[in-house]
Design a protein around this ligand. Structure first.
Ligand SMILES: *Cc1c(COP(=O)(O)O)cnc(C)c1O
Length: 370
């Protein structure tokens, strides 16, 4: 095993990002300022048809502040998937509302419409679907359920910059959406988040909460946080925004190569893409038999020097932190996915030879076990 390790994720930081940081440092103004304002406008134009967009210091902050601005709080319920990163349910719980966990559709790994419908109660205020792995949620069915019951939609678009459903970009499908800019996401600002809002009123609410409740300095209107993005981070994000489309195209091409290579391998279920969906492959996630999954992950690393990841091994409704919201809850497709999924490297830094090694490694490990 001499070949170089292939990591599961690899942030790309280039000379232009470094120069942008240097430019801000030399300006002497490093906290939230003109770079953040420019980043918000450029992000809105690039991804969400110019929707009102507010930059914050993390995706989680964005979700939390978006929910607060939308009026979610104690006594409310918000339906969320359990098969996601804990930030989804955390953001709901932090408002004082109750996260209500629903099951997933086994093909797309996103919220299952029937399970969402079954989770609705008189206290339900909204639904927070996750565009998991970069595949949009089942927007036709879930939006119809929301409309029927007068519920809001709060999108978790942390993993889905540039994805779309039926030609409509994620980030424009709900009352607000959160995009994460964490280093392993499809683009980064170091840390950071963007909140894209359906109304200027909601955006103003997020801006107030981001900055101690102030629009005019020292005239605090509401109780708020300091969740501002710095100009240093915004400068990085603005450069990444000029590159993200090419990276997404490369992710999609890598996924196609992996699909072709793994198509005939017994025991592998390839990622599904709904006909209405543009998938941006934050992750390229296969399923294998639960009895094989951990062996595949370990042998890929030990024998083939290929990294991979399990996103996510513990359903959120089983986590010590969130389980108190879900006593006795059974979500069979969530449990099955947690035991079967494995995400293979798909990031844009992979060379053709890396993709060959990934395919050869998966094939060899599974055949050895057969
Ligand atoms: C990354 C992520 C978040 C949180 O974003 P941060 O920027 O890390 O706070 C929320 N939900 C999902 C699905 C994520 O992948």
């Amino acid at each position: 095993m001499s070949a170089e390790f292939i990591p599961a994720a690899k942030p790309i930081i280039g000379d232009e990002e470094r120069a942008a940081v240097d430019r801000v440092m030399r300006s002497g103004m490093i906290a939230q300022g003109p770079e953040v304002a420019a980043f918000e406008a450029e992000f809105a134009e690039h991804f969400v048809n110019g929707r009102a967009t507010v930059a914050v210091n993390s995706g989680t902050s964005g979700q939390h502040l978006g929910l607060l601005a939308a009026g979610v709080g104690a006594g409310d319920e918000v339906i969320v998937p359990s098969f996601t990163f804990a930030a989804t349910g955390n953001s709901v719980a932090l408002t004082g509302a109750t996260p209500v966990f629903a099951d997933i559709d086994p093909q797309t790994f996103t919220l299952d419409p029937a399970s969402v419908r079954a989770a609705i109660t008189p206290r339900t205020k909204g639904i927070m679907p996750v565009h998991l792995y970069g595949h949009p949620f089942l927007a036709d069915q879930i939006s119809a359920i929301a409309a029927e019951h007068g519920l809001a939609i709060y999108e978790d678009a942390a993993q889905a910059h540039g994805a779309s459903w039926d030609g409509r970009p994620v980030g424009t499908l709900g009352d607000f959406a959160m995009f994460s800019l964490y280093p392993t996401k499809n683009m980064t600002s170091g840390e950071g988040g963007m909140v894209t809002c359906a109304t200027e009123e909601l955006a103003r609410g997020v801006r107030l909460l981001r900055n101690q409740g102030m629009e005019t300095q020292y005239a605090n209107e509401v109780i708020g946080f300091n969740a501002r993005m710095t100009d240093i981070h915004a400068a990085i994000g603005r450069v990444q925004l000029t590159k993200v489309d090419a990276w997404t195209a490369q992710r999609q091409a890598n996924a196609a190569t992996l699909n072709a290579g793994l198509a005939g391998v017994a025991g592998v279920t390839l990622p599904y893409v709904a006909p209405q969906a543009v998938h941006v492959y934050h992750q390229y996630t296969i399923r294998v038999d639960a009895a094989e999954r951990d062996r595949l992950r370990d042998a890929l690393k030990a024998e083939h020097n290929v990294g991979s990841g399990v996103y996510y091994p513990i359903p959120n409704h089983r986590l010590p932190s969130l389980a108190p919201f879900a006593p006795g809850l059974e979500l069979p497709e969530t449990e099955r996915a947690a035991s079967e999924v494995l995400s293979l490297p798909v990031h844009p830094s992979l060379a053709a030879g890396d993709l060959d090694r990934i395919v050869a490694g998966v094939t060899a490990v599974l055949q050895a076990g057969a």
